[in-house]
Design a protein around this ligand. Structure first.
Ligand code: ADP
Length: 253
């Protein structure tokens, strides 16, 4: 009898421990969500404040041609930034809510990568940047839309943070039953102190260099989320000299 009581006390303790753990997790999630909403509000306010300031100025001095030009350029830039932010925030929240909607299918990686590179080469050319791709034939199970989002975001960064006449090289190979994909660019690189933080939402190495290229600090956090949801991993490799290299790894099929 006393053994039964002991067992039931132990089971109750275990339940209590699990409940405590769940409460802690919920509290941490709530905290993260509050911080996320705070960050979003702040990030949205900045371009809106600038647009509002120009509209107020135009209301006061509507016959100033210099102001008109300046306002047009600034409003266009800030509107584009807002547009990109809304798009990324929607992608992030779609990812949170519709997990079950992700539809994994068999993808030939080399084909997928060549497709993304071709899609991004027009944008790269406009900046005088060349994209090359050498990919070994291999298959992974992945949601195709997520695959596209991941590599479009990474290539977009490799273009945004590159130098004129720069290069981007996409490589993939099959090793130890995993498909490893690297994206190497000849750009401005990522400083040592920022390496740990670049995957955090809203983190930008330098607000100015990100803003100039319409950055929001959401791209890499979205990428990491998507990669992990597809059972993959992403790391920023150490580089000697200039540029950045991101390595992604997915289980091969
Ligand atoms: P953003 O929208 O600002 O580009 P990301 O989350 O995509 O945000 O990236 C976070 C920060 O990491 C960026 O602000 C940028 O400074 C840095 N970064 C990302 N990719 C690269 C890259 N390929 N080369 C240099 N810096 C990069």
């Amino acid at each position: 009898m006393s053994k039964e009581i002991e067992q039931s006390i132990a089971a109750k303790d275990e339940e209590q421990r699990k409940l405590q753990l769940a409460i802690h997790k919920l509290q941490a999630l709530e905290q993260q969500q509050k911080q996320y909403i705070g960050n979003i509000s702040h990030e949205f306010k900045t371009p809106l404040t600038s647009i509002k300031a120009y509209v107020d100025l135009l209301n006061m001095y509507d016959d100033d041609p210099k102001l008109l030009l300046e306002a047009k350029a600034s409003i266009a830039k800030e509107t584009q930034r807002l547009y990109e932010m809304v798009e990324k925030v929607l992608q992030v929240s779609a990812l949170e809510k519709y997990d079950f909607e992700s539809q994994a299918e068999l993808l030939e990686v080399a084909e997928g990568l060549r497709d993304v590179c071709a899609r991004m080469s027009g944008k790269a050319e406009r900046f005088g940047i060349t994209i090359s791709c050498d990919a070994e034939p291999a298959h992974i199970w992945i949601d195709k839309e997520s695959f596209m989002h991941i590599f479009i975001n990474l290539l977009d960064n490799a273009i945004k943070y590159n130098v004129p006449q720069g290069t981007i090289h996409v490589h993939s190979e099959l090793r130890d039953n995993r498909v490893r994909i690297t994206i190497r660019d000849s750009g401005i690189g990522i400083p040592e102190e920022a390496r740990e933080r670049i995957f955090e939402p809203f983190y930008t190495v330098n607000r100015d260099r990100s803003r100039q290229s319409g950055g929001t600090g959401l791209g890499l956090s979205l990428v990491r989320n998507l990669v992990e949801k597809q059972n993959g991993s992403i790391t920023l490799l150490e580089t000697e000299g200039e540029g950045s290299v991101f390595e992604l790894s997915f289980p091969a099929t």
